[in-house]
Write a new protein. Structure first.
Length: 325
């Protein structure tokens, strides 16, 4: 391409060199420059949006790896939660049952973390949701592990006190088997001896024996009542054994203990009588667990033979019969 341009001059019949001023050169160049700048800017934008820089590639690779690790962590946390659920089940339904302890309430086990938003610092990021969910799962497991740890501390104490507990829980008959005439009424719905055909809940067992027959404490404990109750149980004794258990001995002819006295299983505490609302000499015997009457038939295993115990179980399951109080 020629560096200079010429124009034909008809007057001189020659070609004159065209002289272009610098200003015109600049003006002519500006559109090309602007076009190139715009094209370059567009190319840079497209390159930036479509093609990652090495640093961006590295960061995205790290983000993908972190997300994968969070997913793996969540699966492991789920496995930990399942193991913890199994531990909780065994704690409530095996260990605590063995030691006569109440299971930990669901409210305590499921209590969350209160107070201000604990996850505020984790908000506002592209992957905040998975990070916050993972943090919540971890906090929940930590809380449940703490509760379970405290529960096992209690179970350990119960285990250490097992011998004492076994001595306290009622486990024998309050009247010697050889002294019994009969068991006139068992636990359950029975006919009232005064109102005859009226059926009522009989919350104990009536042991029939002569007046003056010795009555024994069925477990270690402390005497909390030893007095006469008007119109009801007559002379009665109540022993608190601990671990939620109490026993009542009613219609006694004599009370041989005092309130506040410590008692061992097998000690004589009174004598059979016919006091209070009673239609014949007998001992009305009750066992209460957490202030609720339970069937005493399940607590005679220490001083009956298997045959005698089976016979009592069979008789106690029969409805009807009439109580003596």
């Amino acid at each position: 391409m020629p560096k200079h341009k010429y124009r034909f001059n008809p007057d001189s019949l020659s070609y004159d060199k065209i002289q272009v001023s610098f200003k015109k050169k600049v003006i002519r160049f500006l559109p090309h420059l602007a076009t190139n700048i715009v094209a370059g800017a567009i190319a840079i934008i497209i390159f930036t949006l479509v093609i990652d820089s090495p640093k961006e590639k590295r960061l995205k690779r790290e983000n993908r790896e972190l997300l994968l690790q969070y997913e793996i962590m969540n699966k492991k946390l789920q496995q930990v939660s399942e193991v913890l659920e199994d531990i909780k089940f065994r704690d409530d339904n095996i260990y605590r049952v063995i030691f006569e302890a109440e299971p930990i309430s669901t409210t305590i086990r499921s209590a969350g973390m209160g107070g201000v938003n604990r996850y505020e610092d984790l908000e506002g990021f592209d992957n905040s949701k998975i990070v916050i969910n993972t943090a919540k799962k971890l906090d929940k497991i930590i809380k449940q592990l703490y509760v379970q740890s405290k529960s096992y501390d209690e179970v350990i104490k119960l285990a250490k006190n097992k011998e004492k507990m076994l001595a306290c829980i009622p486990a024998i008959q309050p009247v010697l088997y050889k002294d019994l005439k009969s068991v006139s009424s068992y636990f359950g719905i029975r006919f009232d001896p005064v109102y005859k055909n009226t059926r009522k809940m009989h919350e104990g067992i009536d042991f029939t024996a002569p007046i003056g027959t010795e009555v024994f404490a069925t477990g270690d404990g402390i005497i909390v009542e030893a007095n006469y109750v008007n119109g009801g149980y007559g002379n009665e004794i109540i022993i608190r054994h601990g671990y939620g258990y109490s026993t009542r001995y009613a219609h006694l002819s004599k009370i041989l203990v005092r309130v506040g006295q410590n008692i061992k299983r097998g000690e004589i505490i009174g004598k059979i009588g016919n006091t209070g609302k009673s239609v014949g000499p007998h001992l009305h015997y009750e066992i209460l667990k957490n202030n609720i009457a339970v069937n005493p038939i399940n607590f005679f295993y220490k001083d009956l033979s298997p045959a005698e115990y089976d016979k009592m179980i069979e008789l106690s399951s029969q409805e009807g019969g009439q109580a003596l109080d």
